[in-house]
Structures are given as structure tokens and as C-alpha cells.
Design a protein around this ligand. Structure first.
Ligand SMILES: Nc1ncnc2c1ncn2[C@@H]1O[C@H](COP(=O)(O)OP(=O)(O)OP(=O)(O)O)[C@@H](O)[C@H]1O
Ligand SMILES: [Mg+2]
Length: 378
């Protein structure tokens, strides 16, 4: 299957000019595990060079940010030491969550360089943070006519400097050199893009469910049209299990990994016939959280569909660690009445068999980051 990648979303939220690097590591700084991918090649012909899955030793929902930061720095240091001397030090990383704003804005038509010079001023009306507090990046999608005027549709991104600073610290103290800062949702778009057949113009909803945040994006013909983060994810399930079973986070994680949602009447009847109280209770505890996530999914779909009568979403692709919850795919498919699949961001990457199949959906963001190159946003 041919894939295209000539219109990668090339957003960079900060000017980072350390050195000109050809190869870089895509480093996804998750709150429970760091995921690293290095790819070589070019759009349509990517192959895997290096990968790492580095879980934080102590990653429960109640572990504070400073402790997570120390653990992440140590994991990166260990990773860097283990690599051969010629391994790249340049890294791309990304941000998401409350401190990141993504807006679709129609600016008057102007040269990219001119927008770059005036972006602080132009962006101000669209950003709910004070401008000195944020770093700003943008990506011009293309020309549009708006109320008879020629304009250019642009994706505007603002990320709070404290969030970026915290991540820069982790990357630098870990022994790497940051060269690109991206946004989780656009990394997922780029990961989708390298696995998409050139002629595939369908619209998909990507739902990347991590531990602390779920990133949803609706990608139409390869371009994200709706991008949002919701704060219902793996930790929400873990906390519900902790509360109900009066157990600690570690035990709750174990229970979650072994449990399944009981989706069909037959599954529930079977658990009842076997008097499998744990299975029934686990499903009962997890279902309200999953229903909340489903409502948010509906909101994303409704928002997109309300923008035009010809709009249609054909598939939902799940990724992120929490998409491994047993039967989640079936539950989503049953409730949303459309095909739901697990997304493999490495399906069209040569040599990716080295990564176990069940870990691959966790690498969506790292794969997207690994397609970036120093200076590609210029
Ligand atoms: N087999 C499984 N069943 C259910 N949940 C799972 C399973 N494996 C992992 N998870 C959950 O996936 C989450 C971790 O996924 P991931 O590595 O994508 O998150 P993260 O990137 O560290 O978090 P975030 O990006 O939200 O900060 C945890 O909440 C974990 O409990
Ligand atoms: Mg994550």
C-alpha cells in the first residue's frame, strides 16, 4: 500500500536552533511511560531504526509532577548511555492538555515569513492566555475565500511556557537536544498519514487514550478538522477501581489489565452463571467511566457533523495504552454503530515487527514525532 506524507503537519511551537540534525528521536514524554522512535527514510518509505518503551517505575495517578520529572530524566539518561556513540541526540517532543490551545483561524493572505514576524500580534484575539506566557506556532493549511476576501486558513497553536520549560528540562537533563516541539494531536495525524493509502480520502476519528489525557481528532482526507483533549483516560479507570475495591494504584492497575468490559447480555450471563463476582463488579465499576468517554466521543462527532450536511465519519481508530482495555473496541463499536479498530502506527513502517503488536498502539505520538526533521517547519 502506498502512503503519502507530502503534507505533514509541520508545527513548531518554539524556535530551537541548537544544531542542524538530520536524524532525530521522537520522544513521547507520557505521564506513565516514555516512548521513543527513530525512523529513517522519507514519506512512503519509512523504516524503524530504534525504539524504546520506558515505563516510569512509580507511575500511579497520585505521583506528583516533580517525582515524575525525576523518574523521566533518569530513564532518558539510562537510555542515552545504552545507545551507540553515533545515535542521534536531537529529539522532538510534544505537548497537550489544558496549557495548549489549538485554533483554526482565517488570516488575511500574506507571506509565511510576514505572518511569522507578526504572529504574536495577530494571534492575540484568539488565545485565552496572555501572550508573554505562551509560545506560538502556526501551520498554513491553504487559501480560502471568506466574505468575499482572500484569506488563508491557518492552524494556530499556543502552549504555555511553563509546560514547555518543564519538558525541555526533561529532554536536556536526560542528555538529549530538543529541536522540534509539536502537539500530540498533530503527531497522531502524521502517524495516521504515513499509514494511509494515497487514494484514501475517508474521514476517521482518532481517539488516543493515555493515562491522564485522551486526545481526539477527526481527520478528513488527511487533515485534522477537530482537535480536542478530554481528561477521561486510564487514570480515571484506575481511580474508580481504587475507590470501589479500596485498593492501591498498583493493585488497581493489575485488576484493570486482567478485567474486561462485559458488553453483550451473553457475556454478563456467563459471568453470572460462573458466579464470577470480580468480573461483574469490575465491569460495573469501569462502565460509567467508559460511558463518559463515549459521551465525549459523541460530542466530537456531533461537532464535526454539524459543520456541513455532506460530512460523514467512516471509522474510529483507538490508540494509547488504555485502548488495550479488553472489549473496549467492541463496546465502542456497539454504541457508536460504526467500525472501530485499534490503530497500529507502525503498520507501514519497515522493520517494525521488532515491537510487540500489543505495544504498538502506544507509539502513535512517538511515530508522528519521528517523522519530523529539524527545520522542517520553516
Ligand atoms: N492491558 C491494559 N488494559 C487496560 N489499560 C491498560 C492496559 N495497558 C495499559 N493500560 C493503561 O494505559 C495507560 C498508559 O498508556 P500510555 O502509555 O499511552 O499513557 P501515557 O502516555 O503515559 O499517559 P499520558 O499521555 O496521558 O500522560 C495507563 O492508564 C494504563 O493503565
Ligand atoms: Mg501519552
Amino acid at each position: 500500500m502506498a502512503s503519502i506524507g507530502d503534507k505533514f503537519k509541520k508545527i513548531n511551537i518554539s524556535k530551537l536552533r541548537f544544531f542542524k540534525a538530520k536524524d532525530l528521536l521522537g520522544v513521547d514524554l507520557g505521564s506513565t511511560a516514555i516512548k521513543i522512535i527513530q525512523l529513517k527514510g522519507s514519506p512512503g518509505r519509512w523504516s524503524l531504526v530504534r525504539w524504546a518503551y520506558l515505563p516510569l517505575p512509580n507511575a500511579g495517578p497520585d505521583v506528583g509532577a516533580p517525582e515524575r520529572k525525576t523518574q523521566a530524566v533518569n530513564l532518558l539518561k539510562e537510555f542515552v548511555i545504552k545507545q551507540k556513540k553515533n545515535a542521534p541526540k536531537a529529539a522532538s517532543f510534544s505537548v497537550s492538555g489544558n496549557s495548549v490551545i489549538v485554533r483554526y483561524v482565517k488570516f488575511p493572505k500574506m507571506a509565511k515569513d510576514d505572518l511569522a514576524k507578526t504572529i504574536q500580534f495577530e494571534a492575540e484575539p484568539y488565545i485565552p492566555f496572555s501572550i508573554p506566557e505562551v509560545n506560538i506556532g502556526f501551520h498554513i493549511i491553504g487559501d480560502v475565500v471568506d466574505e468575499g476576501q482572500k484569506k488563508m486558513e491557518t492552524i494556530l497553536v499556543a502552549a504555555k511556557k511553563d509546560l514547555i520549560g518543564n519538558r525541555l528540562d526533561i529532554i536536556k537533563q536526560g542528555g538529549l537536544s530538543p529541536v522540534v516541539i509539536d502537539v500530540d494531536a498533530f503527531c497522531i495525524e502524521n502517524a495516521y498519514d504515513i499509514n494511509r493509502a494515497a487514494n484514501m480520502q475517508d474521514t476517521v476519528l482518532m481517539v488516543h487514550i493515555g493515562a491522564s489525557v485522551t486526545t481526539m481528532s477527526i481527520i478528513e482526507g488527511g487533515v485534522s478538522k477537530v482537535v480536542r483533549d478530554v481528561f477521561i483516560a486510564g487514570n480515571t479507570l484506575t481511580k474508580a477501581i481504587q475507590r470501589n475495591f479500596q485498593c492501591d494504584a498498583k493493585q488497581a492497575e493489575e485488576k484493570k489489565a486482567n478485567a474486561a468490559l462485559l458488553v453483550t447480555p451473553e457475556e454478563r450471563e456467563k459471568a453470572m452463571a460462573e458466579e464470577n463476582k470480580e468480573a461483574l463488579q469490575m465491569s460495573t465499576v469501569m462502565l460509567p467511566v467508559v460511558k463518559d468517554l463515549l459521551s465525549e466521543t459523541h460530542r466530537s462527532l456531533d461537532f464535526y457533523l454539524s459543520q456541513g450536511t455532506d460530512r460523514q465519519v467512516t471509522r474510529i481508530l483507538l490508540s494509547g495504552g488504555a485502548c488495550r482495555l479488553k472489549n473496549l473496541v467492541n463496546y465502542f463499536a456497539q454504541e457508536l454503530h460504526m467500525p472501530v479498530e485499534i490503530f497500529d502506527p507502525l503498520a507501514h513502517v519497515e522493520g517494525a515487527k521488532a515491537i510487540p503488536q500489543d505495544l504498538r498502539p502506544l507509539f502513535s505520538i512517538a511515530v508522528g514525532l519521528a517523522t519530523r526533521r529539524d527545520g522542517d517547519s520553516e
